[in-house]
Design a protein. Structure first.
Lengths: 391, 303
């Protein structure tokens, strides 16, 4: 895909997306509802009393480490697993007990699961023929799908004659061909290299907008989830930890787990010193003579142990002390520097021995940067940079 | 030649030398005998090539070779052609029966939990640990009029003691014997084809609206075809030339080329005609063998 198309895609999606928030509308009716769903495999509880609403036209991501239950949740929607307890409804219809071949959802498999003995064309036509669609309509739909995923000239090839990226597109076209109410994507881009993956993410968003379908994606890649999804559900041990828009998940994580799992973060233990409306003052354990002021409403009480989450890009690293070095400032020595080209990551060792990471964009073309190994530096941040986490 | 090249040459040469010494040369000897005439002598045919007698004598011997034996075998007046046809028919029916019995077993094995699959494979191979001949004799004990099967059916009151089932010495007994003896050769290639099939493909088919039975015919069956071909040919080819099973379980009217060959060789003492029968049998089987090679080749190139 060319850069121009990607840009256009982003703009159109951005315009519509900014206003799209049915989960905030109390009158909106969810398309998919998981209600108190529990799934056990023997003694192992894969999903524990989970409830989740997903709305029509939403691009919804299930994010979590392997074994957190995200794939099980998706497979229950597809019908490959049945819940032990609870209800799963799609457009008001209870799905529990309906076999997979009668559910109006389609899935794109992680392994693609293309039929190796069929051509690309026959793979895409498989579901349509299964529905007894008449020949001309099948041909028209397959051609349309081939065009959508730009594989027109590969229609007669067998899957083993295609590259990984092309197979991924065939799998996508096959799962979209029946125009399912919901498309399930199980780690759809996991097998692609980084560049192709990033391109394909935008393509997926484009296709989702164009077809006006509901997409549910399972991924362990937090960048991927943040890029494509309207909302993300972060999962751990069969439970939802936080469900919200990507920016909320990133900027206002509700727990150490979410802060740590999504993006890079410094988590510092601290004790609450004072709580006022919109402002919390804490004393970090790693620097007991310093105070952090965080602009946030917080349910914590004075004396509580809390965690402060600080994203590396929100920290300033300087050789000279900031104007007010009495609050929101740590001093230490550069322990290591990770040069990434666009950014440099400075690992600063505090006097107590703990370390914080700070990212600094490399704004000028200097090979020798002023901050070097073992330099004494000041790490500071503004009151709205940090988050107080009570769990 | 460098050491490495010599090593490579050796690796390639060994199987060819093996085939040359143990297949091609014996075949040429049989072929030569098939072109000779019967004689009351030791060995019982003429001419006998005698390299010590010199070049002229060798050329004279060559002149004595003829294709008369083939004319004899292929003549409608004798029962050879009928025996070939009957052998192909019995082998064909047996192969279909083997497929019908073997496929469900192989399928169940391939879908069994991974931990018990080696045990199941072992059970399939286990009968090989007993002599083939003894196992066929055991079937005589089961199928004979006073045998275990009839005793059981009489005890259950299904048939009357006066009219036991006459299975032994019929073609049915031959089918039972062949299906029983060759079953592992059908199951193993089917199992290997079914076992490597990705089960996600069936989930994908179900996801696209395909109920389980339709998914079997559209996905599982076509993907198992290489195993089906391999299993069928592995059973069909040796079954055509089968001798022991029709001899022990079949009746006097069970006509199979292996039995005919045996009679020709040991009763009629005609090495020449039996050699001609053997060479023609090989020609009959070359067609399925070449077909089998082709399928294997395509399978290798496919992936």
């Amino acid at each position: 895909m060319s850069a121009g198309v990607a840009e256009k895609t982003q703009k159109t999606i951005g315009g519509i997306r900014r206003k799209f928030a049915p989960w905030k509308d109390p009158s909106a009716v969810p398309l998919i509802r998981f209600q108190n769903v529990t799934k056990r495999f023997g003694d192992f509880i894969a999903i524990e009393n989970l409830s989740l609403d997903i709305y029509e036209r939403e691009f919804f991501a299930l994010l979590g480490p392997s074994g957190c239950g995200k794939t099980t949740l998706m497979r229950m929607l597809a019908g490959f697993e049945e819940p032990n307890e609870g209800r799963i409804t799609l457009a008001g219809e209870d799905l529990v007990g309906t076999p997979p071949y009668r559910r109006p959802v389609n899935m794109m498999f992680q392994s693609y699961a293309l039929f190796p003995h069929m051509s690309v064309w026959d793979n895409i036509a498989f579901g349509l023929r299964q529905d007894g669609m008449e020949k001309g309509a099948v041909a028209a739909r397959v051609e349309e799908m081939l065009k959508l995923v730009k594989l027109g000239q590969f229609a007669k090839r067998k899957p083993h004659q295609l590259s990984g990226g092309q197979r991924q597109r065939v799998a996508l076209a096959r799962s979209l061909a029946k125009r399912p109410k919901v498309l399930l994507l199980d780690e759809p881009l996991g097998a692609l290299d980084k560049k192709l993956r990033e391109e394909t993410q935008f393509e997926l968003m484009d296709i989702q907008m164009e077809l006006g379908m509901t997409f549910l994606i399972v991924t362990h890649d937090q960048e991927e989830a943040m890029t494509v999804a309207d909302r993300i559900a972060v999962m751990n041990h069969g439970k939802l930890v936080q469900v919200d828009q990507p920016a909320v998940i990133y900027e206002h994580p509700n727990s150490r787990y979410v802060a740590d799992f999504v993006g890079d973060v410094n988590i510092l233990d601290a004790t609450v010193v004072s709580v006022e409306p919109g402002l919390v003052t804490v004393r970090p354990v790693a620097a007991p003579d310093m105070l952090f002021r965080i602009a946030q409403d917080c349910p914590a009480k004075v004396g509580d142990s809390v965690a402060i989450a600080l994203r590396p890009e929100k920290l300033r690293v300087e050789l000279d002390p900031p104007a007010d070095a009495s609050v929101n400032c740590l001093s230490g020595e550069i322990w290591d520097i990770g040069y990434l080209g666009d950014l440099s990551i400075y690992h600063v060792e505090l006097p107590g021995g703990s370390r914080v990471k700070a990212a600094k964009p490399n704004l000028t073309r200097m090979v020798e940067r002023p901050i070097s190994w073992d330099d004494k530096v000041y790490v500071s941040f503004s009151p709205d940079a940090g988050v107080v986490l009570t769990s | 030649m460098t050491g490495k090249a010599r090593g490579r040459w050796l690796v390639v040469a060994i199987p060819y030398l093996w085939l040359l010494a143990l297949f091609l040369i014996p075949f040429l000897i049989v072929f030569k005998i098939s072109l000779s005439q019967d004689a009351i002598a030791q060995p019982p045919y003429t001419p006998v090539f005698d390299l010590a007698a010199g070049w002229a004598a060798f050329r004279e011997s060559l002149g004595e070779l003829s294709i008369d034996n083939y004319g004899y075998v292929l003549s409608w007046d004798n029962e050879f052609i009928e025996a070939y046809g009957s052998s192909l028919w019995i082998a064909g029916i047996s192969t279909v029966l083997l497929l019908l019995v073997g496929y469900p077993i192989a399928y169940a094995m391939a879908r069994a939990p991974k931990s018990i699959r080696p045990t199941l494979l072992m059970l399939v191979i286990l009968p090989f640990w007993t002599s083939f001949l003894i196992r066929v004799y055991a079937w005589m004990g089961i199928l004979s009029p006073e045998g275990l099967l009839n005793q059981l059916l009489i005890a259950l009151g299904i048939i009357s003691p006066d009219a036991p089932l006459q299975i032994l010495a019929t073609d049915t007994a031959v089918y039972i014997g062949i299906v029983y003896s060759y079953l592992p050769f059908m199951i193993l290639p089917l199992y290997s084809a079914l076992e490597k099939m990705d089960e996600t493909l069936l989930e994908a088919a179900a996801d696209l609206g395909c109920p389980p039975l339709a998914a079997f015919w559209k996905i599982t069956w076509p993907l198992s075809l290489p195993g089906v071909f391999a299993g069928c040919l592995l059973c069909f080819i040796p079954a055509v030339g089968e001798f022991v099973i029709p001899d022990l379980l079949g009746g006097s009217d069970t006509l199979m080329i292996g039995k005919v060959l045996w009679t020709e060789f040991s009763v009629n003492r005609s090495w020449t005609v039996s050699s001609a029968v053997a060479v023609l049998l090989l020609l009959v089987l070359v067609v399925p063998i070449v077909f089998y090679q082709n399928v294997q080749q395509r399978q290798l190139e496919g992936r």
